[in-house]
Ligand binder design. Structure first.
Ligand code: ADP
Ligand code: MG
Length: 390
């Protein structure tokens, strides 16, 4: 047998969900040409289903017989993964179903943040490599977040996004043909249009010192711990929030920020898109969200100042976060043109978006999908999800 497959147990039963609409509509071809041969070589048994509409994957995950499969694999963008997670969490046996059927992730959409965050920008975009991850990977836990509006609650695994980055995600649907470059184009439109957004946000800050956050991250990284595997004795039953309900005030210890911002972007993963290492210190199981907050745009004076320093590299040494950002074009661009980046580790937050009468559109993106532009709150639930990881 080929060396690659030698330690793979044959007969792995895989439920494959393909979104024929995702990305540039290439998911089916990606599966058939690059993924299926790898699964077949590893003697997997596949049950392939195409998603037929928005929300279809929620129903599939809600109804799937968890005894029949060993993993559920999405060939899509992050949207279908979001739906699978939410389908599982609507089941009476939610936590059991999540553990029994860890996710396998094949990039087939525009936004493939989970895939890139698991394997890096190159391998995370490579269907064959991600197929290998499905057959050879071990189930690793990752944190999920509950998202609560006045009239509904669901779960998020990636990001909660308000401001110019939400526009970049959602306001650029008409540029789908561009692939993932549409996000970058949207962001540049907003940056050069000097667009700002209004809000009130409160968050439960665990750490706000960027140097400390960076140091803690590197310590954890250098320990190179084994990924957290599923704990069979982990709690079962409903996932209950510990923060006050939306109708009550937030605890006094929370930090509140009012007014105009460019970006309010919380994430559970470091990479939100290719070329966008927006949250370099994210960890899958730290029970925290990384918040990137950029208040109102920098003055022209500050921008010129940054440009002067750019030649000497001094802009980097002034800001520990931009050391990691500097190599990535889009983050450097935000840093230069938009302004000072605040970076926090938070356990929960509440956000009230405020639409400006002068501006036509406003967006909230949760996991890259449209969400109501209304008050909502988010709490992290540690180690709730499970994904196959190398
Ligand atoms: P992308 O990363 O390109 O946005 P996703 O996998 O995230 O791709 O999917 C985008 C959206 O497509 C999701 O909201 C999903 O519900 C929806 N969807 C799934 N199947 C179909 C279909 N057959 N037709 C239209 N939309 C679909
Ligand atoms: Mg998407």
């Amino acid at each position: 047998m080929n060396e690659v497959y030698k330690d793979v147990a044959p007969g792995k039963r895989i439920k494959v969900l393909i979104n024929p609409f995702g990305g540039q509509g290439k998911a089916k071809t990606i599966y058939e040409r690059q993924v299926k041969p790898v699964f077949e070589a590893a003697k997997c048994v596949m049950d392939v289903q195409f998603t037929e509409r928005h929300g279809h994957a929620i129903d599939i995950a809600k109804e799937i017989n968890i005894e029949k499969f060993d993993s559920i694999v999405t060939v899509s963008g992050d949207g279908v993964i979001h739906e699978v997670i939410n389908g599982f969490l609507q089941r009476p046996d939610a936590r059991e179903a999540i553990r029994k059927l860890p996710l396998g992730v094949i990039p087939g959409g525009t936004g493939n943040a989970l895939s890139i965050s698991l394997l890096g920008e190159k391998a995370g975009f490579d269907p064959q490599y991600t197929a290998l991850q499905v057959i050879k990977g071990k189930p690793m836990t990752f944190d999920l977040c509950s998202v609560t509006y006045a009239d509904h609650r669901y779960f998020s695994f990636l990001s909660q996004n308000y401001g110019i980055t939400a526009y970049a995600d959602l306001g650029t649907e008409h540029m789908r043909w561009m692939g993932d470059a549409r996000t970058i184009v949207g962001l540049l439109q907003q940056i050069f249009g000097k667009r700002t957004y209004s809000m009130e946000a409160s968050f439960d800050v665990i750490e706000s010192d960027k140097s400390k956050i960076a140091a803690d991250y590197h310590t954890a990284y250098n320990r190179s711990e084994e990924p957290k595997v599923i704990d069979e004795n982990a709690p079962t039953g409903e996932v209950i929030d510990s923060i006050p309900p939306l109708s009550e005030p937030v605890p006094e210890t929370w930090t509140t920020v009012n007014g105009d911002i460019s970006v309010f972007l919380t994430s559970k993963v470091p990479w939100l898109a290719r070329g966008m290492l927006s949250h370099p210190y994210c960890m899958p199981n730290d029970g925290l969200l990384d918040l990137m907050l950029i208040k109102k745009g920098a003055s022209v004076g500050k921008q010129l100042d940054v440009f002067t320093k750019l030649e000497t590299g001094k802009h980097i040494s002034n800001d520990i976060v931009s050391i990691e950002f500097a190599q990535y074009d889009i983050m450097t661009c935000i840093n230069l043109f938009v302004g000072q980046i605040d970076y926090y580790k938070v356990k929960a937050f509440r956000l009230t978006p405020i639409s400006k009468p002068s501006e036509k559109k406003n967006y909230v993106a949760i996991d890259g999908e449209h969400s109501p532009v209304k008050p909502f709150q988010v709490e992290v639930h540690p180690c709730l999800g499970a994904v196959l990881s190398l």
